[in-house]
Design a protein around this ligand. Structure first.
Ligand code: GLP
Length: 248
């Protein structure tokens, strides 16, 4: 079944729309005295959306005191403090500028000891469950259809785990590193089933991703196109610009 899409004339407007939905959810939960559990993504795609959330915090008093976050993924191995880490990314673009309690921030850690990763990944799943599950998961999409770092071939039953990055993903993300050799070969990512358990999912995409968006929205549901499984989620929306929606 086709995934519902909201199409905007540019990424800024799409980003504002998503930030507004997130802010509304946070405030609704606040009014009920409840926590709001957000699943967060990195990459260039959500940067404007985070900037808008920061603006809503600074200019309109949106508070993140009741917010708990779980990030999708992290390179492995990589020091938390490295400029390229998703830990650094999230602090640079969002966490350093809002009033979230640092204890409520969860990001897979590129410094986990290799022997303990399995247990740490299980613990990550447990932490999500203990928080009551993810209320709203934000996603980007890789050119090969990956969500989080679930590369093509990832099982729809997969959970948080260590994975091998596709070469195309390493090439696409090389700009963040000094050169391709410096891009880690592994990553820790929430699994497809972890993502699918979220109560609401918003996938954003801008620019030159029309072909993979068309496959994901209306192509066959296949593990070769990880984002295509989102067709089977009952509350998922794609937020697109005119470029990414061109082949729908
Ligand atoms: C990375 C992230 C994904 C992200 C994708 C797209 O590989 N792990 O979560 O969606 O890149 O990146 P961009 O938003 O820069 O196009």
């Amino acid at each position: 079944e086709k995934i519902p899409c909201e199409i905007f004339s540019n990424p800024k407007e799409g980003s504002r729309y998503v930030a507004k939905e997130i802010a509304t959810l946070i405030k609704d939960k606040q009014a009920k005295g409840e926590k709001c559990v957000l699943g967060l993504a990195t990459g260039s795609t959500p940067i404007n959306m985070y900037a808008e959330l920061v603006r809503l915090h600074k200019e309109e008093g949106l508070s993140f005191k009741n917010v708990i976050t779980f990030n999708l993924d992290e390179y492995y191995p990589l020091e938390k403090d490295a400029y390229q880490s998703y830990w650094s990314f999230m602090h640079r673009h969002l966490f350093n500028h809002i009033d979230i309690d640092p204890a409520n921030i969860h990001i897979p850690n590129g410094e986990w000891q290799k022997e303990t990763i399995k247990a740490r990944c299980q613990e990550y799943e447990q932490l999500i469950d203990n928080a009551g599950g993810i209320d709203l998961q934000v996603l980007g999409i890789g050119n090969n259809g990956h969500i989080g770092f679930n590369e093509p071939g990832s099982s729809f039953f997969s959970k948080t785990r260590l994975i091998n990055l596709d070469n195309s993903t390493r090439v696409a993300n090389a700009r963040e590193f000094q050169n391709i050799a410096k891009v880690p070969r592994l990553a820790i990512t929430m699994g497809i089933s972890t993502i699918m358990k979220s109560k609401r999912i918003i996938l954003m995409a801008w620019g030159f991703k029309a072909a993979i968006i068309a496959k994901s929205v209306e192509g066959d549901v296949t593990e070769q196109v990880p984002a295509s499984i989102l067709q089977q989620h009952n509350n998922c929306t794609f937020v697109l610009d005119e470029n990414t929606s061109a082949e729908l």
